[in-house]
Design a protein around this ligand. Structure first.
Ligand code: PEP
Ligand code: MG
Length: 572
């Protein structure tokens, strides 16, 4: 099956299907004297599923699975033991003389409808959990108890889903999942970004994976080529095992570069920073020799909960990241909530165009209490190391002025309360809207540093929803308009000696490293797993050669000639 390559690498695994589909079951009548037997059959199925959950709980105790899995399981357990599913279906069997599968799915539909009415997005999403639990009951009824491959330590498990929300994906951090496969999504959706940060392969936009792959079936996920091979034969399996070994060996070799400085052949030093989502990612930063954190996506800290994090809670998280980086700078981005990163009760009103709506800094400025709490927490963490504040999605002078006003107020409050913070903390803006590039002088004048978010810059330049698989093929980092905007921003910033980085996914794309060097970029920020690969490329690059071909590429509006020049650049 062909999809969109979202995270590189190869996994050979067993599939675990995550269902969002409404169950299709047979509906038949039973004779009145068969009702007790049907009730007993239903009870037996419930008992089977209950013991499956208990076994899973036991297995988790001994494993180093993250606590979130426990929470995940608890929700399912609560649903399973709710009278709506344990008793109500029996009333249906008794009243309608119908089969147990039909009775339980009827009740499921009612429950799902109730969940879908909730205003709270988190609760609304739990409708999926209801479906998953009922699916287990139906499987048990049909004499096919689930294989339960969830975090089975014996073999690698690939998660196969119609879609995975960024909030769910972050839950799988440090889990035993070997790969993600989804029917929908784009390569720079936040779900894909999390998969990359986990260092596991992912293929998205497969369209029919969920219906074509069967539970526990063997799959090869080729995240380099966007391929999923189902039930491979011996020959293909051997070939991929060899490839996997080769990749492992390459990764080991790269480890030698951890403490090597990233300097081009002609002596230009390059800063290589990491993108993180959780304070615990600091470990991966150090293991891969990051110079610091160029982007801490703080919004991921607080997904999957229905209240807002307190100042103290945030402070502890930011401080943990700062301390984890052991003196290296940590660029903390203020909440980029909204669009595909939803938080219950916050900017969560339905919107036809969420990516163009109340997102990121717009949401923060509309919710001053939320913004002030975060700014105070970040400032307090700045007393413990080198902190920089980065603001997402700035588009105009008014937003910059308002942001700086809030920051000044947060500082004044801390001064009045005699709470320590770094008085020299730098504030930077993300350049991810074409309008920002085209009015960059104001950004340069009022901010200490800039960071180009290419994921959104591409989305907003080309009018391509980065999460929509239907247009994923048109999402093109090499579109001449995108390249011109990036080069223009880098050159303007360099000219005024304003530090500028790229922290979008383009920074971690090997085929683009020399092009960005040629545009004048000397600061890259990417998921930690990619740092050493990019460093190796920098070590073998020569700036004048990069500049010459980058200029040629910038002069062209023809995709074929851009591709040809890029190929030449990478063959140097
Ligand atoms: C970007 O848009 O490139 C970026 C780094 O921010 P995010 O991916 O979190 O939107
Ligand atoms: Mg962005």
């Amino acid at each position: 099956m062909h999809g969109v390559a979202a995270a590189p690498g190869i996994a050979i695994a067993r599939a675990q299907l995550v269902s969002h589909a409404t169950l299709e079951v047979a509906h038949y009548d039973i004779a009145a004297d068969q009702v007790p037997a049907e009730l007993a059959r239903f009870d037996a199925a419930l008992a089977t599923v209950r013991s499956e959950f208990e076994a899973l709980h036991e297995r988790m105790k001994g494993s180093d699975a993250p606590a979130e899995f426990g929470a995940f399981l608890d929700v399912h357990w609560m649903i399973l033991t709710d009278v709506q599913l344990t008793n109500e279906p029996k009333r249906v069997i008794e009243a309608q003389h119908c089969n147990a599968e039909w009775a339980v799915t009827q009740k499921m539909r009612e429950l799902v409808e109730q969940f879908e009415q909730f205003e709270d997005a988190y609760l609304r999403e739990r409708a999926h959990d209801v479906v998953q639990v009922v699916e287990r009951i139906v499987k048990a009824l049909m004499g096919r108890p689930s294989a339960l491959p969830l975090i089975n330590p014996k073999h690698a498990t690939a998660l196969v889903a119609h879609d995975i929300s960024p909030a769910d994906a972050i839950h799988f951090k440090e889990s035993a999942f070997a790969a993600f496969v989804t029917d929908v999504g784009g390569a720079t959706s936040h779900t894909a970004i999390v998969a990359r940060s986990l260092g596991i392969p992912a293929v998205v936009a497969l369209h029919n994976a969920r219906s074509l792959i069967r539970e526990a079936e063997q799959v090869i996920i080729d995240g380099d080529n966007g391929l999923v091979i189902v039930n491979p034969d011996e020959h293909v399996l051997t070939e991929y095992m060899l490839k996997q070994d080769g990749q492992r060996l390459d990764r080991q070799k790269l480890k030698r570069l951890v403490s090597t400085r990233a300097v081009t052949l002609d002596g230009a030093a390059v800063d290589l920073n990491a993108n993180i989502e959780l304070p615990s990612d600091s470990k991966a930063c150090l293991e891969n020799g990051a110079d610091g954190v160029g982007l801490f996506r703080t919004e991921f800290l607080f997904m999957h909960r229905d209240d807002l994090p307190s100042e103290d809670e945030q402070f502890e998280a930011y401080k943990a990241a700062v301390e984890g980086l052991q003196g290296r700078p940590v660029t903390i981005r203020t909440f980029d909530l909204g669009a595909d990163k939803r938080m219950p009760g916050l900017g969560d009103r339905p919107s036809d165009n969420p990516a163009l709506g109340l997102r990121a800094i717009r949401l923060c400025l509309a919710e001053p209490k939320l913004f002030m709490t975060q700014l105070r927490a970040i400032l307090r963490a700045s007393a413990f190391g080198r902190v920089r504040i980065l603001v997402p999605m700035l588009a105009n002078a008014h937003e910059i002025a308002q942001t700086l006003g809030f920051l000044a107020r947060a500082k004044a409050e801390l001064v009045a309360q005699k709470i320590a913070y770094d008085h020299d903390v730098e504030i930077g803006g993300m350049i991810e809207i074409p309008a920002a590039v085209l009015s960059l002088s104001y950004f340069i004048e009022h901010l200490d540093f800039l960071s180009i978010g290419t994921n959104d810059l591409i989305q907003y330049t080309l009018a391509i929803d980065r999460t929509d698989d239907a247009v994923a093929h048109m999402y093109d980092p090499l579109h001449p308009a995108v390249l011109k905007l990036i080069a223009q921003a880098i050159r303007a910033a360099n000219k005024s000696k304003t530090p500028i980085a790229v922290c979008g996914e383009m920074a971690g794309e090997l085929r683009l490293t020399r092009l960005l060097l040629g545009f004048g970029l000397r600061n890259f920020s990417m998921h930690p797993a990619q740092l050493l690969t990019i460093k190796q490329r920098i070590l073998t690059s020569n700036i004048p050669e990069c500049e010459a071909l980058a200029n040629r590429i910038l002069r062209s509006d023809d995709p074929d000639s851009i591709a040809a020049s890029l190929a030449r650049l990478n063959a140097l």
